[in-house]
Ligand binder design. Structure first.
Ligand SMILES: Cc1cc2nc3c(=O)[nH]c(=O)nc-3n(C[C@H](O)[C@H](O)[C@H](O)COP(=O)(O)OP(=O)(O)OC[C@H]3O[C@@H](n4cnc5c(N)ncnc54)[C@H](O)[C@@H]3O)c2cc1C
Length: 437
């Protein structure tokens, strides 16, 4: 059977698009790698009521959970989506759709620093996923560090799970300009105020202009971190380092879009590396749409609005003007937040030649710099000479950091480059042989 619409990603964007399109009579399939619908924001534990119930009530939406999509190809009149299904990826599945929506979201951006690979150091999203999806507290005493408002729910979530949160360290120093953002999303501002009150109630200190610049411990786990005050470029200010004991560090420097499938289909990207879409959430490829954080990081509400607009467009309906206005407001708010919490280049001064950049292949920064001395001047040559980005994650974790180390060594900007490989996720050779595009 060929569906009217196939959605990849059952987060806020994909689910809203699916429900909107189904309300206009389209037959929709939603594939997601996760066991339950909801994506990152509505992640919930097995046995708990779904955080996103409307899907269950719609008979024209087929939710294919635990389906990991590794390739999408375009046939004459439709898209062919290749996935592996089941907890252990044992079943190859092929789904066809006349139109396709990519709602694959984003994942934590990683900035390597000495000790970031010690057990007990989590990404902020990873710590949040453990709490929300498994009800597991990652440790007993934690520091939450990084930049952006996402640090706040992570700190509160840890504290609610019984973890002693010693501090939230915000590397940026948000300016009074922040107040100008309030009218664009009063709900988000109220949410931030609730988190701030919750931090105060729990006596968790919130310090700006500070970061964890090194983590200490061994294979048995994290024992402490070095915290330093940062200058405007995020270089540590001399004489301000202190060591804090903890067994857990949740560190978050924003999100990176999930672009593998968009890259396979040849979608154009924006200058800042997201999938480019028009006002209807259509990409530059026919019948191919994108919504949510793969088109720009802006939070769950914006992802939902974009998903709804994509649903209207895919069903060839005109969306209500109020919805368009809401997207414009939330987009302005998201752009303002990004400007308030930028990642500054001085983070590179936290690491040295021994600091691991690519964890999968254990490539230290020094080896990347050696490759530059040998003449490598683009990410591909670095990969071939050092193996950075050749491991299990295929550069999802390290490509951006590798490009930054390369840029600093060359003294000019370097783009990490959108992934364009024909296989988005690791799959077995047998699945490839059966379903190869
Ligand atoms: C780890 C993490 C935790 C977060 N927690 C919070 C939070 O607590 N509060 C908050 O306000 N914001 C949180 N955010 C931000 C939040 O993700 C977004 O605002 C919102 O969920 C974006 O919605 P989305 O639909 O664009 O993407 P997502 O919610 O990320 O959904 C994308 C979905 O696509 C699926 N997917 C991706 N690639 C494939 C593939 N190849 N095959 C099959 N499925 C695929 C994923 O499994 C995922 O379910 C978090 C982000 C991350 C990365």
């Amino acid at each position: 059977m060929t569906h009217d619409l196939v959605v990849i990603g059952a987060g806020p964007a994909g689910l809203t698009a699916a429900v909107t399109a189904a309300r206009f009579g389209l037959r929709v399939a939603v594939l997601d790698a996760g066991p339950r619908a909801g994506g990152q924001y509505h992640r919930h534990r097995a046995g708990r009521p779904p955080a996103w119930p409307p899907l269950a009530r719609l008979h024209t939406v087929e939710h294919l959970a635990e389906h990991r999509v590794w390739a999408v190809e375009r046939a004459a009149e439709h898209f062919v989506v290749h996935a592996v299904a089941g907890e252990r990826d044992t079943t190859p599945v092929t789904v066809r759709g006349r139109r396709l929506l990519l709602a694959t979201g984003a994942y934590d951006r990683q900035l390597p620093f000495p000790g970031w690979d010690i057990p007990g150091v989590f990404t902020a999203g990873g710590a949040q996923a453990l709490l929300k999806g498994n009800g597991v507290a990652p440790g007993r005493t934690a520091i939450v560090a990084g930049t952006g408002p996402f640090l706040l729910p992570v700190a509160i979530g840890l504290a609610d799970a019984g973890v002693r949160v010693r501090a939230v360290l915000e590397a940026s120093r948000p300016s009074p300009r922040a107040a100008a953002l309030a009218p664009h999303s009063p709900a988000r501002v109220a949410e931030a105020a609730r988190y701030a009150a919750a931090l105060a109630r729990r006596r968790i200190p919130y310090r700006t202009g500070r970061a964890v610049v090194a983590a200490h411990g061994d294979r048995a786990g994290l024992t402490s971190v070095t915290v330093a005050r940062l200058d405007a470029d995020w270089r540590p200010v001399l004489g301000t380092s202190t060591e804090l004991a903890c067994d857990t560090l949740a560190v978050g420097y924003g999100f990176t879009p999930q672009l593998e499938l968009a890259g396979q289909l040849g979608c154009a990207n924006t200058a800042d590396g997201f999938v480019a879409v028009d006002a209807r959430q259509a990409t530059d490829r026919p019948d191919l749409y994108a919504a949510g954080e793969s088109t720009g990081v802006g939070g769950a509400q914006l992802a939902e609005v974009e998903g709804e607009l994509a649903g209207y467009a895919i069903a060839d309906r005109t969306p209500p003007r109020a919805l368009l206005r809401r997207r414009a407001r939330l987009t302005r708010f998201a752009a303002g937040l990004r400007a308030l919490y930028p990642v500054r280049p001085g983070w590179l001064s936290w690491s040295d030649a021994r600091t691991v950049v690519c964890r999968c292949e254990e490539v230290p920064r020094g080896r990347i710099e050696d490759a530059v001395r040998l003449g490598a001047d683009d990410p591909r040559s670095i990969k071939l000479l050092t193996r950075a980005g050749m491991g299990w994650c295929q550069g999802r974790m390290c490509a951006e950091a590798t490009a930054c180390v390369l840029a600093e060594a060359l003294g000019r900007p370097v783009a990490a480059g959108a992934p364009t490989r024909p296989i988005a996720l690791p799959v077995r050779l047998g699945d490839l042989a059966q379903g190869a595009p």
